[in-house]
Each structure stands twice: as C-alpha cells, then as structure tokens.
Design a binder for this molecule. Structure first.
Ligand code: SF4
Length: 254
C-alpha cells in the first residue's frame, strides 16, 4: 500500500473535486485500519476516522447559514440508520461515558415493533437525547453529523408527523456526506465486512449487550442479523455508481 503517497490526504478535509486521489488515499487508509488485526476495536477506529473526515470536510465546505443549534432536536425522533462499525463506535462512547442504557433497550423494542415505514407517524425519540441534546455527541453516526439544516421551518414541516415537504440541507452538506459514505462503504467492501445500514437503536441495544461484541462481529458472528437493513439502502445512484468504482480503483493498489 502507498502509505507515503497517501500521507498528504490523511486527516485532511476532502476537496470534493473531480480528482479522486483523496478519496482513493482515504479508502486505502480505512482498509489499513480495518485490516489491523492487532486492534480488537478496528471497526470502531475506522468509523471514528470516517466521522472525523466528515466533520473536517463539513467544516471546510458547508456554505451559507446553518439553522441547527444545541437544543434543536427535530431530527432525533425519527428513523436513523448507520453501519455496524458506526454503531459499535457509538456503543464504545456510551460505555466510556457511563451513559444509561435502559432507555436504549426500551427504544429498541418499540422501534422493532413499529418498523421503518411507520416511524414518521409513530415517533421513537432517540434514547441518547437528554434535555434536548445528544448525550453521545462525539460518537454520533454519519447520518446525524450531516443533519445540517438551513431552515428551521423546513425541519418543523418535515419531521413532526408526516414527512411533508423536504429537508433543506445547508450548502455542501449532502455532497460531503455522500463522498465520505462512498469512501467508508468502499473500505468496508474491500475489508470484506458487512456494509449495510441498520436501525440505530436496535443495533445499539445489541452492541451494548456484552463488552466483546465488536471482537465477535469482526470474527464473523452475525450478531446483528435480527435488525432489518435500511430499506432506502441502495437507492442512491451515487452510491451504486461510485462505491464499485472506488473499490476497483483501490483494490488494484492494495
Ligand atoms: S445519536 Fe444523538 S444526534 Fe443522533 S439521533 Fe440520537 S440523540 Fe440525535
């Protein structure tokens, strides 16, 4: 692998241009992290890197006003999905901060009974929400990190009941999320790890059952088999097109 060649792009925001060198370098870096068998928490480590890459790129690329602020949590009561490494990383942050987990088990049970399609009308608040703020903010998954709205009114129209209208993302937020998602999913594919997104609360409830869940999942135990995959998965043309392109570009260099 081209470690020296990749160094200039590692830990830096993506430029979002048409040149994919940064994407290739970051995918290779993530494959290295995911292939480090000396690290029993390598899935969490890779998810943490992807989240950091997203945060740095959002900070560099989002333009225009952002309406989001602490205490505003309209997007925390609906369906959220994440990859299993993101969920394992969030579980680690919950453990490190001794956050209560009883509410997570309860929310997971209610979310399982409702299913994805019913989640606009039947709200299950994220169990990590407390006093209007995310108690595991530093460990929240990619989807939550990208919820940058430029219109509070659009969120008020979209989230509470029907999902009417459309979210109004701050400029550059969705494109940034797309680039990082493509990189992370390509790396998971190359590391031969599952890359599906699953419902967050049910995944968390499983991730928090035992301390060795990450190690066992990395060893091939299908611990999350009972949680349905996001039905929106695979619909995005960009993901369908670009993940295989990036996989092929990087595979030839590993
Ligand atoms: S993880 Fe945090 S940001 Fe994401 S839905 Fe839950 S409370 Fe909201």
């Amino acid at each position: 692998m081209n470690i020296a060649e990749d160094a200039r792009w590692i830990g830096q925001p993506l430029d979002l241009g048409s040149d994919l060198k940064a994407e290739v370098a970051n995918t290779r870096h993530l494959v290295r992290l995911l292939s480090d068998h000396a690290n029993a928490n390598r899935a969490s480590a890779a998810a943490a890197y992807a989240c950091d890459l997203l945060d740095k790129t959002l900070a560099a690329k989002v333009t225009g006003p952002v309406a989001c602020a602490k205490g505003c949590h309209h997007c925390c009561h609906t369906y959220v999905s994440a990859t299993i490494p993101e969920i394992l990383r969030l579980a680690a942050v919950i453990r490190e901060n001794n956050l209560p987990i009883a509410g997570i088990t309860d929310a997971a049970g209610r979310a399982a009974a409702i299913g994805q399609d019913g989640r606009f009308l039947n709200r299950v608040s994220c169990p990590l929400l407390s006093d209007g703020a995310c108690t595991a903010y530093g460990g929240r998954p990619l989807a939550c990190r990208t919820m940058l709205s430029r219109s509070l009114q659009a969120c008020l129209d979209y989230f509470p009941l029907t999902g009417a209208g459309a979210l109004m993302y701050a400029g550059g937020a969705r494109e940034t999320r797309g680039r990082v998602e493509i990189i992370f999913l390509a790396a998971l594919s190359l590391a031969q790890l599952p890359r599906q997104h699953i419902e967050l609360t049910q995944g968390l409830a499983i991730a928090l059952t035992e301390d060795d869940v990450e190690e066992r999942w990395l060893a091939g135990e299908n611990l999350f088999a009972g949680v349905a995959a996001d039905t929106g998965e695979g619909e995005g043309d960009a993901l369908k097109t670009w993940v295989p392109i990036l996989v092929n570009a990087v595979r030839a260099t590993l």
